[in-house]
Design a protein around this ligand. Structure first.
Ligand code: ADE
Length: 253
């Protein structure tokens, strides 16, 4: 998978990309990340990338020409086939299903806006997709681009150590993940749940699934409609819901 990131501050993005799992994934050839600065595609003495808005108003707007020229030069013949993603708070909100969908492409271009905005013609005639990472406004698209690269990369085969490393993640199955514990078995008087040290893998799997359901119900009930639950899990969920409302359930006897 190749990522082409278009940013006015490549040095800020570089450090994060070189670290940890993303750094190793690059070293192992599982991903390639290229940073491109639209400033290198300007033609004036001041290398101008922004200008005042037509119609007035305070903040500067990113000019279209350096962005178009940079993306066209870098993508070349692939321009029609590589998704060009514009990072903007007005875009589709990024989530795990979108990460999984994008992970299927061999190459993605990510265009980071700065200043108050990007000339509308970039949206209309260059971007194929606009993505937001949440309902808040950042000073630029760099952190969103990093978040997206990170979320996609950890889904790619071979990136995480274990073959199904990402399969248990929160959101991977539409539920939040169960709680994790490691040694010591007791820390400051707080013990690890007995079931985890029981060695009974069936019971452990059942406990984890229940914890996942419980957490999702408590913290993110909006996610529950999306998951494919078994009949037993539906019954468990109903019981948890009734407990939460303080009502007795049929199965409580
Ligand atoms: N640029 C500024 N804020 C953003 C957000 N929330 N998501 C994506 N790009 C952005």
């Amino acid at each position: 998978m190749q990522f082409d990131v278009f940013t006015l501050i490549p040095e800020a993005v570089q450090a994060y990309l070189a670290s940890s799992i993303l750094g190793r994934a690059q070293a192992r050839g599982l991903i390639r990340i290229r940073l491109h600065n639209p400033r290198d595609y300007t033609h004036d003495r001041h290398r101008t990338t922004d200008d005042v808005p037509y119609g007035g108003g305070g903040s500067m707007v990113m000019k279209p020409e350096p962005i178009f020229e940079a993306v066209e030069a870098v993508l070349g013949d692939e321009i029609g086939s590589v998704p060009v993603i514009l990072l903007t708070p007005q875009g589709r909100v990024f989530d795990q299903p979108l990460a999984a969908g994008l992970a299927a492409y061999p190459r993605l271009a990510l265009v980071c806006g700065r200043y108050e905005g990007v000339d509308e013609r970039v949206r209309q005639h260059l971007a194929s997709l606009e993505i937001s990472i949440g309902d808040y406004v950042l000073t630029g698209g760099e952190i969103p681009a990093l978040a997206i690269i990170d979320a996609i990369t950890r889904l790619l085969p071979g990136v995480l150590g274990d073959a199904d490393g990402a399969a248990d993640d929160s959101h991977a199955a539409g539920l939040l993940e169960y709680p994790h514990y490691t040694r010591p078995a007791e820390f400051r008087g707080w013990a690890v749940p007995d079931v985890l040290t029981s060695g009974d893998h069936g019971k452990i799997a059942g406990w984890r699934r229940e914890q996942s359901l419980r957490r999702t119900l408590e913290r993110r009930p909006d996610l529950l409609g999306r998951d494919e639950l078994t009949a037993a899990e539906r019954r468990l969920l109903d019981r948890l819901k009734e407990q939460a409302l303080g009502k007795p359930s049929e199965s409580d006897g």
